[in-house]
Write a protein that binds this ligand. Structure first.
Ligand SMILES: Cc1cc2nc3c(=O)[nH]c(=O)nc-3n(C[C@H](O)[C@H](O)[C@H](O)COP(=O)(O)O)c2cc1C
Length: 195
């Protein structure tokens, strides 16, 4: 099975990245991770432990591969290397701008650029609020290029009780958008009003 690439950039929402990688590995999907330097800073702030703490746990999984951000010789830097696509989660506005303009000066943005040029699935979980017009224009450019723009927006109608509920919903959305899962879990599907 071709791998899924997970790019982790320096926006708020490290738990979304952790949940995505955990769920891919739980499904035994080959998973290639690349993480920006800013994402490491955010990870420490939000998770209370270093990114390397989680990295060392993932590295025990046989389907896990990690590349450092400057490793431009990694296979995912080339369109000749087959992947199922990529998710950037969370996705910074710096990342949105880079990808919208074809900038590929590190492995994360190069791997995303490869997905765009090869017409492979590229799912972005952009996190910023509020958004100014350049953010919105860049997101529109990426949507027109075929990327799926999947903001970390909770489904309030499901009445999430805590952050874990929100993370699980978003990660499920990502897995469906990537084509890893066929549908949302039954308990995360809107069922209308049930009497
Ligand atoms: C704690 C923290 C939270 C941040 N949250 C966001 C955010 O939600 N969205 C965003 O676009 N940038 C955010 N930033 C700023 C980015 O990390 C910064 O623009 C960085 O250059 C992004 O680099 P990258 O795209 O290479 O990961 C945050 C930075 C820190 C330190």
């Amino acid at each position: 099975m071709n791998p899924v690439v997970v790019g982790i950039s320096g926006a708020s929402g490290s738990a979304l990245a952790q949940g995505t990688v955990d769920e891919l590995l739980r499904r035994e999907v080959p998973t290639v991770v690349v993480c920006s330097n800013a994402a490491r800073l955010v990870w420490q702030q939000e998770m209370g432990v270093s990114f390397n703490h989680h990295l060392s746990q993932w590295q025990e999984h046989p389907h896990f591969t990690f590349h450092s951000i400057n490793e431009l010789l990694a296979p995912i830097a080339s369109g000749t290397y087959p992947t199922r696509g990529m998710v950037v989660v969370p996705c910074s506005m710096n990342g949105v701008a880079s990808m919208a303009h074809g900038l590929a000066n590190n492995l994360l943005f190069r791997a995303a650029d490869v997905c765009l040029k090869e017409r492979r699935p590229l799912v972005l979980v952009p996190r910023e609020t509020p958004l100014h017009s350049v953010h919105l224009e860049n997101l529109l450019t990426l949507a027109r290029m075929g990327a799926v723009i999947l903001p970390p927006a909770p489904a309030f109608y499901l009445k999430p009780q805590n952050i874990d509920d929100i993370v699980r919903f978003m990660v499920s959305r990502v897995l469906v958008a990537l084509g890893v899962d066929a549908a949302m879990p039954a308990d995360l599907q809107y069922r209308g009003t049930e009497d």
